[in-house]
Ligand binder design. Structure first.
Ligand code: HEM
Ligand code: HEM
Length: 223
C-alpha cells in the first residue's frame, strides 16, 4: 500500500530545518572540494557551517514540532523497540525522525561540531594555511589537530553514506519517500499529529545569535 488509508498531508519539516539541511549538503561538498587548493574558500564555507550547526542545535530547543530534540530523541528502550521492527516492509508513519534516525541526526551534528572545532585550530604542514585559533596552540599541536580534522572527515563521510543508505532503504524497501518531505516540508501520514510551529521572533533570535557567534569565531576572537 503506497499510502496509509485515510492519509492526510502533514507539515513536518519547517523552512529552517530544510534550508539548513540542503545548505549543509552543498557546503560540506564544497568544503571537501575546496580543501585541496582553495583553503580561503574552505574556511569561509566552514564558518557558514559553524553558523548552520549552531542554529540547528538552537532550533532543536526553540523550534517547532518535528525540529525539537525532545520530540524525536528517545531512550535506549524505544530505540531497541524500533530497531526490532525496522526490517518490516510497511510504510513508515513516524511524524518526524524515528528513534533510530534520531541517533544518526545527533551523530552527524556531533561530528560536524568536531569537524569545525578542529578546523579552527588546524595548521597545514608548512604553516601557510591555518584556522583562526591555530596560533593559540603550538605548531605540533596544530598539526595533531589537523590530523584529527582529517579523521573526523572520514567519520563524517561514513555517517553520510549510512544516512543516505537509510533514506534509500526507506524508499525502496519500505516504499516510503522521505526525500520529498525534506524538499517540500510535508508528507502523507495516517493522522495529523498537530505539530506546533515556532514564532518568527525565535527564528530571528537564532539566526542573529548563530551568525554572530560564527563571525566572532572566524575572527579568532580578535577585533
Ligand atoms: C553532506 C550530506 C548530508 C548531511 C550532513 C545530512 C544531514 C542530515 C541531518 C542533520 C538531518 C536531520 C534533519 C534535521 O532534523 O535537522 C537529515 C535528515 C534528512 N536527510 Fe540528510 N544529510 C545529508 C545528505 C542527504 C542526502 C544526499 C539526502 C537525499 C538523498 C538526504 C535526505 C535526508 C532526509 C530525507 C532527511 C529526513 C529523514 C527523516 O524523515 O527522518 N540527506 N540529514
Ligand atoms: C564541515 C566543515 C569542514 C570540512 C568537511 C572540512 C574538511 C577538510 C578536509 C577534507 C581537509 C583536508 C585534510 C587533508 O587532506 O590534509 C581539510 C583541511 C583543512 N581545513 Fe577543513 N573542513 C571543514 C571545516 C574547516 C574549518 C571551519 C576550518 C577553519 C577555519 C578548516 C580549516 C582547515 C585547514 C587549515 C586545513 C589544512 C590542514 C592541513 O593541510 O593539514 N576546516 N578540511
Amino acid at each position: 500500500m503506497a499510502h496509509p488509508s485515510g492519509a492526510v498531508r502533514v507539515k513536518l519539516w519547517d523552512g529552517p530545518v530544510r534550508i539548513v539541511h540542503w545548505l549543509l549538503v552543498v557546503l560540506i561538498g564544497f568544503s571537501w572540494w575546496a580543501s585541496e587548493d582553495h583553503l580561503n574558500w574552505h574556511r569561509w564555507s566552514g564558518y557558514t557551517i559553524v553558523g548552520l550547526v549552531l542554529f540547528r542545535i538552537y532550533w532543536g530547543f526553540a523550534g517547532g514540532g518535528a525540529a525539537r530534540f525532545s520530540s524525536f530523541v528517545k531512550g535506549p528502550k524505544a530505540v531497541a523497540a524500533y530497531a526490532a521492527t525496522v526490517g518490516r516492509r510497511d510504510v513508515a508513519t513516524t511524524p518526524g525522525h524515528n528513534p533510530l534516525g534520531a541517533l544518526s541526526v545527533l551523530a552527524i551534528l556531533a561530528v560536524l561540531l568536531a569537524q569545525v572545532g578542529t578546523g579552527l585550530f588546524a595548521v597545514d604542514v608548512d604553516a601557510f594555511e591555518a584556522g583562526p585559533f591555530s596560533d593559540r596552540v603550538s605548531f605540533e599541536l596544530g598539526r595533531k589537530i589537523a590530523e584529527w580534522h582529517e579523521l573526523s572527515f572520514r567519520v563524517l563521510q561514513a555517517l553520510v553514506v549510512l544516512h543516505v543508505a537509510a533514506v534509500l532503504f526507506y524508499w525502496v524497501w519500505k516504499r516510503t519517500n522521505l526525500i520529498g518531505a525534506m524538499i517540500t516540508g510535508s508528507r502523507a501520514l495516517p493522522s495529523d499529529p498537530g505539530l506546533a510551529g515556532a514564532p518568527v521572533w525565535r527564528l530571528i533570535v537564532g539566526v542573529v545569535l548563530a551568525a554572530a557567534i560564527a563571525w566572532v569565531l572566524s575572527k579568532g576572537l580578535r577585533f
